[in-house]
Design a protein around this ligand. Structure first.
Ligand SMILES: Nc1ncnc2c1ncn2[C@@H]1O[C@H](COP(=O)(O)OP(=O)(O)OP(=O)(O)O)[C@@H](O)[C@H]1O
Ligand SMILES: [Mg+2]
Length: 719
């Protein structure tokens, strides 16, 4: 199982004039890479709040009462806004219900798509540089330590050489990229030109040809245009001659002009599609052969020569040294982990048995977290999320405990006071038109258990880690680190130009099914239909190539046929780009063909969770039954059942199962006590007392049983 996003015990409230509204109450779920998780529930159940919490865009009156949202080794609830900015839109994107609210009405569509790409690019380059230097420093430190003092000079030398040739390589690559960016601008303007010419649009032909001719001269980079010099010169001449043949401003473009532009387009395309030099290797080659004429060889030859050079000497040494460093870093961290386990166990016991006071508890937490911090293997590229978030999770749990210690007696006293007052008034025969706000007190044992479970989880994680220690392949790991460094080095120099962004935007527009994107690129949002706008919003969401896409009722504002198209689009994008999707909707019917897993939410809680098959073929919670019964399908003959009643007021959430008052199958205990999740199968659970072994047997409503039977038959008797 490859979990990309892990939401644990998320609890979110809002301060409102009427009191604290508990919008999301202790929900947990995992999103797997490449899968779709649907969150389904009625209006107000907390779906949007959950997704906004993930993106860190909750309203100002929100309070995150607890929980963790783990992504890429980080708890999204704890990171700085600055760091969140690099994740939001970049790694995790969101599509909202109403496309207009995500679009700026007075900015052209094309600009709105490219803006995101251009903005993100700069930040990416800076953070790549930081990361490169950080990892390289780690290699130096650990390798020096592993190989001992006498090898230290050699390590320094190897690391320095590695760094130098990366610098050399990135310099060359930057120059190459710049020339290539000009070529790409030219290709893009040639495309526009040819497109408009074929539509007989008015064009400033002379001016355009002049700019093209000038720019063509600056597509000169020995690596990029190797062997194309003559052709470029000839073409410049041709463009110039063609310019002389145009009669001022014309609507009909003369054939020689079209031909010249087409030729330019083709030539530049073939230049751009030639193999790219491997600057990583060439940088080293140049370092060792400062006088070599790199441009007298073809790119293929050069790549080969540089590779041989790299293999024969330097890289093997470097790899060997780095491997020793990686192993050293791992072993040191492993020893620390082993040592820490017993100390953490001891700390856990003091939390389990002793009195917890904020000051001393915080000190103990800081000490434990420092130990954990020191036992993280920093050379691991894939971050150890458990260890990284231990400190914040533990501190949070302690805060919650200490807050409750302080708040509970006050809340009890308030409740007593108000109840007494009310009774007094009633005893005096007054009519009392106010109610006593129910008391909110937290169970201290539960809260203490939360603190302990921070330790439990980490200890279990470390034990697993220690058990798997012998199977680590350090060679593989070292190659992985070098690949990572190479990737960072090329991110440092990868500059997105306006022209590149434009072409990417047009590609994206095509990908999301916008016809004639070259014309559409320059239009305003109001010139698009609702379905088209939603496609544009999807294109914007995909612009930065995110891992996770959150769709919050993306089709509710659209009519049914367009709805189906957008759903299909999201589905196919997901498959092509291996996206992980959180799909939020109030309509179970919508997710039937989309979701791998489904979480059913009610009153801020997940009340049933399972695979799509579990939920559709074996639903267990009466609320899921109710949702399914109100879902139309082609074969249902009976009248659909609306769900009676309304959701509870979340300022005073009910004690028991929140759905009980609307649930005709409710048992007495449903009104009194929150049902725990009962496991139905390894993939499926539901929080209803009906699943308790002592509960009476209740069948789902007939309409559902019938439908399941029909669906099973249709599927050929197989589920
Ligand atoms: N800023 C806020 N201030 C106060 N209450 C809020 C705020 N935002 C959301 N809520 C409340 O939180 C609860 C959950 O809201 P949420 O938007 O998550 O519902 P939803 O499940 O997305 O519903 P819908 O299907 O209508 O979009 C609701 O009771 C809502 O009134
Ligand atoms: Mg919503």
């Amino acid at each position: 199982m490859d979990t990309i996003l892990d939401v644990r015990n998320l609890t979110v409230s809002f301060r409102t004039s009427g009191g604290t509204l508990k919008a999301v109450r202790d929900i947990s779920f995992e999103l797997e890479r490449g899968k779709t998780l649907a969150i389904v529930g009625e209006s107000g159940s907390g779906k949007s709040v959950t997704s906004k919490a993930i993106l860190g865009i909750l309203a100002g009156n929100s309070i995150i009462e607890g929980g963790e949202i783990l992504y890429d080794g980080k708890d999204l609830l704890k990171i700085s806004e600055e760091e969140m900015c690099t994740i939001r839109g970049n790694r995790i994107s969101m599509i909202f219900q109403d496309p207009l609210s995500s679009l700026n009405p007075i900015v052209k569509i094309g600009r709105q798509i490219t803006e995101a790409m251009l903005l993100k690019d700069r930040g990416n380059r800076q953070s790549a540089k930081k990361e490169f230097n950080r990892v390289l420093a780690l290699i130096r430190e650990n390798s020096s330590a592993a190989l001992g003092a006498e090898s230290s000079a050699k390590v320094q030398q190897l690391v320095k050489t590695f760094n130098d040739f990366n610098v050399e390589g990135t310099k060359m690559e930057t120059a190459y990229n710049e020339a290539r960016a000009v070529a790409e601008t030219l290709i893009s303007s040639a495309e526009d030109f040819l497109f408009l010419a074929s539509k007989n649009q008015k064009l400033d032909i002379k001016g355009t040809l002049q700019t093209m001719g000038k720019k063509l001269g600056s597509v000169k980079n020995e690596f990029l245009t190797w062997g194309y010099d003559e052709q470029i010169t000839a073409l410049s001449r041709e463009l110039f001659t063609a310019r002389g043949k145009t009669p001022g401003k014309a609507s009909e473009v003369p054939t020689p002009v079209v031909d010249a532009v087409r030729k330019m387009d083709e030539l530049l395309r073939s230049i751009c599609s030639a193999p790219k030099p491997d600057f990583f290797r060439i940088g080293y080659y140049k370092l060792k052969n400062p006088d070599a004429d790199l441009h007298s060889m073809s790119i293929e030859q050069l790549n080969e020569e540089a590779l041989a050079f790299l293999d024969s000497s330097f890289m093997l040494d470097f790899l060997e040294m780095e491997q020793r460093g990686a192993e050293y870093s791992f072993r040191t961290a492993l020893e620390r982990k082993k040592a820490v386990i017993s100390e953490l166990g001891a700390a856990r016991e003091t939390f389990r048995n002793g009195e917890i006071r904020r000051g001393s508890a915080k000190k103990a937490a800081a000490a434990a977290a420092d130990l954990v911090e020191k036992s993280i293997d920093r050379m691991e590229i894939i971050k150890d999320s458990q260890a990284y978030t231990f400190r914040t999770a533990l501190n949070d749990a302690i805060d919650r405990y200490c807050d409750a210690v302080k708040k509970n007696p006050k809340e009890e006293a308030r409740f007593e006071r108000q109840s007494r007052k009310r009774e007094r008034l009633i005893a005096r025969g007054k009519t009392v038109d106010w109610k006593v706000v129910p008391k909110v007190v937290y169970d201290l044992d539960d809260l203490r258990e939360n603190i302990i479970s921070c330790f439990d989880r980490l200890i279990a994680h470390y034990e697993e880690y220690i058990a798997a220690a012998d199977s680590v392949d350090f060679r593989e790991r070292s190659v992985g680190i070098i690949d990572y460094l190479k990737e960072k080095a090329s991110q440092m120099v990868y500059r997105v130009t306006r022209a590149m962004a434009k072409e990417k935007a047009i590609e994206l527009m095509e990908e999301v099914g916008i016809p004639e994107p070259r014309i559409r690129y320059n239009q305003y949002p109001f010139e698009f239909s609702g379905g088209m706008r939603q496609r544009i919003v999807i294109a914007i969401a995909l612009a930065a190539n995110p891992d996770i896409l959150i769709c919050d009722e993306p089709t509710t504002a659209l009519d049914v046929t367009i709805q189906a198209q957008i759903l299909e689009l999201i589905n196919s994008l997901k498959a092509q780009r291996n996206l992980s999707v959180i799909f939020i909707t109030h309509d179970l019917g919508v997710v039937a063909n989309m979701a791998d897993d489904i979480a059913v939410m009610y009153a801020g809680k997940i009340i049933e969770y399972g695979t799509a098959d579990d939920i559709f073929y074996d639903p267990r919670h009466p609320y899921t039954w109710a949702l399914l019964s109100s879902m139309p399908d082609l074969d249902t003959k009976e009248k659909l059942e609306a769900i009676p009643g309304t959701p509870p007021n979340m300022i005073y959430p009910p004690e028991g199962d929140a759905f009980a008052p609307r649930n005709k199958y409710a048992l007495q205990i449903d009104f009194e006590q929150q049902p725990p999740p009962f496991r139905v199968s390894p993939t499926h659970w539901a929080a209803t007392w009906l699943l308790h072994p002592d509960a009476p047997h209740v069948d789902p409503p007939k309409i559902i049983v019938d439908r399941i039977e029909r669906m099973t038959k249709k599927a050929g008797g197989e589920i």
